[in-house]
Design a protein around this ligand. Structure first.
Ligand code: GDP
Ligand code: IMO
Ligand code: MG
Length: 429
């Protein structure tokens, strides 16, 4: 029996959705444990593209999907997602989607505050997705959040919204110079959401643990990436949750012994959307070429993603922080046609070579990537089904990643399609 956590190793958008969808075949439950609809996870099956922001990427394989207590949920977005999938023939019924009663809600003022704060900060902004993620986690930490269980109780919900809006409106109007909100409007809107979502709401810790005890396999689907983690990422240019594998336990109500495997998803190069340090970023024609060939636009906001070479300093950081047992490499096909490839192996800083990712942004700003250059390949690798059939230069690139990270590659993805994937080792067998 295997229960696996899947996490991004870089700054998000590594292709987690594709790999979770692929591996969902082998599990009974797929669980989101942190983040919210700042995530955009893409799956492509038979030429049809699906992007999930909140519903776990097990839904296309017909698996039971769970939104854990650690997720912050915008009920409006969730309902839109349920409806959009329904229109495409995928019924998201209460037995297919469970939502934790303890999950916190994203409220209209969270979105308003997120956007207005970024506007006010101007140049110094974080580049958030504007979905209200930070303000929602902020209220959770200051014990003023509203949970699903609170929304289902009309009296409690009314009281909480009215009290909170007093303060939020003051802040919106007087500090952020933004529009204020009407409590009655929010109460009516959210009561309608509550009615529709109530059949999905349950204690997911009990649900998941019972499933595990009866021999079912579970996949925990991370959102964002290791270097967007609030503690271990490039703070303050991070998201507002712990994105690391360890948080699968807290965010889903399971003990650490339930987890048997931790897979890190690695894009074959590096991207980042939003602001913040990115030592191996490319500002030249190669960067543009990767951006275009990889169609590197954010799945949530449509922003252009910044592109750069693969950075094994951050990958080694991800291996240690998540306890990765294996890797999946994605978007390898995007590198086809480049004459040579650089891999960042360390950072040059004031005459020293740093092997570990520095915490100080000031130090990071002075770091210069140290590169190792490998030959590229020109063969079309998208149709290849077996690792043994990959061109020699592709094999060298992959072998070097395994050496530099001391972690085995289990999966190699060569196109967005579910089937265009080389499974070197199936973590469930
Ligand atoms: P996630 O947030 O980690 O799930 O990743 P996103 O879905 O935001 O971004 C990954 C993008 O790359 C999506 O458009 C995927 O369809 C696409 N993709 C995933 N794997 C591959 C691959 O191996 N090759 C190519 N060309 N595209 C891929
Ligand atoms: P997936 O799951 C890439 C980034 C934002 C911004 C920072 C903070 O699709 O990989 P937030 O809205 O979370 O407060 O924004 O985090 N960010 C992501 N970047 N992929 C994501 O999710 C992201 N979720 C948040 O761009 O820099
Ligand atoms: Mg994404």
């Amino acid at each position: 029996m295997a229960n696996i956590v899947i996490v991004g190793t870089q700054w998000g958008d590594e292709g987690k959705g594709k790999i979770v969808d692929l591996l969902a075949e082998h599990v009974d439950l797929v669980v989101r444990f942190q983040g919210g609809n700042n995530a955009g996870h893409t799956m492509v099956v038979g030429g049809e593209q699906f992007i999930c922001h909140l519903i776990p990427s097990g839904i296309l394989q017909g698996k039971t999907c769970v939104i854990g207590n650690g997720v912050v949920v915008d009920p409006q977005v969730l309902l839109e997602e349920i409806d959009a999938l329904g229109h495409r023939g995928i019924a998201v019924t209460p037995d297919k989607l469970k939502i934790c009663e303890k999950a916190h809600l994203i409220m209209p003022y969270h979105k308003q505050i997120d956007l207005a704060r970024e506007r006010k900060k101007g140049e110094g902004k974080i580049g958030t997705t504007g979905r209200g993620i930070g303000p929602a986690y902020e209220d959770k930490a200051t014990r003023r959040g509203i949970r699903f269980v609170d929304m289902l109780d009309q009296e409690i919900f009314r009281e909480k919204v009215t009290t909170l809006l007093d303060e939020k409106n003051f802040y919106l109007k007087n500090y952020l110079a933004a529009e204020t909100l009407d409590p009655e409007e929010i109460i009516n809107q959210y009561q309608a959401y509550a009615q529709r979502l109530a059949p999905h709401v349950t204690n997911i810790s009990i649900f998941i643990n019972q499933a595990i005890q009866s021999g079912h396999q579970v996949m925990f689907e991370g959102a964002q990436g290791t270097h967007l983690d609030i503690d271990h990422g490039t703070y303050p240019y991070v998201t507002s949750s712990n994105t690391l594998a360890g948080n699968a336990c807290c965010g889903a109500g399971v003990g650490p012994k339930a987890i048997t495997e931790v897979m890190g998803i690695v894009k074959a190069y590096t991207t980042r959307v939003g602001l913040g340090p990115f030592p191996s970023e490319l500002f030249d024609a190669t960067g543009d070429r990767i951006q275009q060939k990889g169609a590197e636009f954010g799945s949530t906001t449509g922003r252009k993603r910044r592109c750069g070479w693969l950075d094994t300093v951050i990958l080694r950081n991800a291996v240690r922080l998540n306890g990765l047992t294996c890797l999946a490499i994605t978007k390898l096909d995007v590198l086809t046609g480049l004459e040579s490839l650089n891999i960042c192996t360390g950072y040059a800083y004031r005459g020293q070579i740093l092997q570990d990712f520095p915490a100080s942004l000031k130090v990071l700003a002075e770091c210069q990537p140290v590169y190792e250059t490998l030959p590229g390949w020109s063969e079309d690798i998208a149709p290849i089904k077996k690792a043994g059939d990959l061109p020699p230069n592709v094999k060298s690139y992959l072998n070097r990643i395994e050496e530099l990270t001391a972690t085995p590659i289990y999966i190699i993805s060569v196109s967005p399609e579910r089937d265009a994937t080389i499974v070197v080792k199936n973590p469930f067998r």
